[in-house]
Design a protein. Structure first.
Ligand code: AMP
Ligand code: GLY
Length: 428
């Protein structure tokens, strides 16, 4: 098969790495890719949100399968456009990608199909939003309805914080059109877990469990990020819990979306909270998590391409996936200053040697660039994902940090405690 992966992060590097290893893959492109992806695929300079450019390229090159990494092109209708041209694509169509594209839509689906989630209201009018916030009290959560690059959520501990967040979105236009509507919801307390399932419109097939660390600094402190590290399996995800999430959240979502005439195909990534009154949905994402995908790809024993094709073809009821028992853990190296502003174009040394020194280590690139034989440059916030396998999360963790310490990048930083919860549980 001729395959095109869309995106440029560590998630897409790990997808390309797994796809390139498949005997089913004859030719692999990535648009736009990065310096690490260039070792697995031919990178083409088309942006992930250039829908016309991607569709034209896929048609011209007679691509057999397009695998879409990020949410933006899904919400913009890339899969619809490819399917109109008879090109297979992994990911939901725009009408189904609304699950991530509009938080209000997602909450309405939950309400209609009895999916447990936080109580909520949808608002475009600031006076009504203020009245609702005062009536509910703090803590309370304010969310921009649309895609806001992970920055649209405020967990407000005080009434003032909540009122300001509502005003920033609705009056000041902080998130542009994405914040022209907001969702205000009940604050939930508990441990967060991610669940990934391949979905073909009817059947949902859960993947191995994974958990990420969203806070920028050690001890889960500091500002929220896209994810500073991840590990799999997540010991908090027991078989009983997975069964409950599949029965009360994932399958009702798939059935509900089918009933709405918006069949959900692709990977569904549910963020859930383990609360005292049971598991509740925080959010649905319509793509793989980053860096959760990287640890899942390390543990995947089955052929990824076969799994993606089974999803697109609607035959997951006859499909099964196998995983290595080994644990995997990824440490994100980020540019000093991330998730705030950071320097671009700094040089990173020793990456290839750090990867070669241990066969259990794979280094996925996120924000990197290299011109010809020039130096490896950091060009993004999250830059490298140092990923390792081990018999336990603790072993994977120590291998990953040994590799991290071999990399020479003065302007980078990472958390030193990725996986701490799982390591503590293993020690019990
Ligand atoms: P979201 O993008 O909706 O997952 O929100 C980002 C983060 O905000 C989540 O990962 C949670 O840590 C937090 N969050 C979102 N909704 C709630 C809620 N209702 N209660 C408590 N925390 C929340
Ligand atoms: N790591 C969380 C996400 O991809 O949204």
């Amino acid at each position: 098969m001729k395959i095109l992966v869309v995106g440029s992060g560590g998630r897409e590097h790990s997808l390309c790495w797994a796809i390139a290893a498949s005997p089913l893959c004859e030719k692999l492109w990535c648009a736009p890719g990065n310096a690490g992806i260039a070792q697995e695929a031919e990178c083409v300079a088309i942006a992930a949100d250039d829908i016309d450019g991607l569709v034209a390229f896929a048609g011209r090159e007679a691509v057999d399968l397009v695998v879409v990494g990020p949410e933006q092109p899904l919400v913009m209708g890339l899969v619809d456009r490819l399917e109109e041209k008879g090109i297979k694509a992994f990911g939901p169509r725009a009408a189904a990608a609304e699950l991530e594209g509009s938080k209000g839509f997602m909450k309405d689906i939950c309400a209609k199909y009895d999916i447990p989630t936080a109580a909520y209201g949808r608002f475009t009018d600031i006076e009504k939003a203020r009245a609702f916030i005062r009536e509910q009290g703090a803590p309370i959560v304010i969310k921009a309805d649309g895609l806001a690059a992970g920055k649209g959520v405020t967990v407000a501990l005080t009434l003032d914080e909540a009122l300001n967040a509502a005003e920033d979105a609705l009056v000041e236009g902080q998130f542009g059109i994405a914040g022209a509507e907001i969702v205000i919801e009940e604050f939930m307390e508990g441990e967060e877990i991610s669940i990934f399932a391949l979905c073909d419109g009817r059947t949902a097939l859960p993947l191995a469990s994974a958990q990420d660390h969203k806070a920028a600094y050690d001890g889960d402190k500091g500002p929220n990020t896209g994810g500073m590290g991840a590990y799999s399996p997540a010991p908090a995800m027991t078989d009983a819990l997975l069964a409950e999430v599949m029965k009360t959240i994932i399958q009702p979502t798939i059935d509900g979306m089918a009933a709405e005439g918006r069949p959900y195909k692709g990977v569904l990534f549910a963020g859930v909270m383990l609360t005292r009154d049971g598991v509740k949905l925080l959010e649905h994402n319509v793509r793989f998590g980053d860096p959760e995908c990287q640890v899942l790809m390390m543990r995947l024993r089955s052929d990824l391409v076969a799994a993606l094709v089974a999803t697109v073809d609607g035959v997951l009821d006859r499909f099964d996936m196998r995983w290595y028992d080994d644990a995997a853990l990824a440490v994100v190296l980020a540019a000093e200053g991330y998730p705030g502003s950071y320097e671009k174009g700094t040089e990173i040394k020793g990456v290839a040697a750090a990867g070669d020194a241990d066969e259990n280590v794979t280094i996925f690139h996120a924000g990197t660039k290299r011109d010809g034989d020039g130096p490896l440059l950091a060009v993004g916030g999250r830059v490298l994902n140092v990923t390792a396998l081990g018999r336990t999360v603790a072993e994977a963790q120590s291998r990953a940090y040994e590799a991290v310490d071999r990399i020479d990048w003065a302007q980078g930083f990472c958390r030193r405690d990725i996986g701490w919860r799982a390591v503590a549980r293993e020690g019990e």
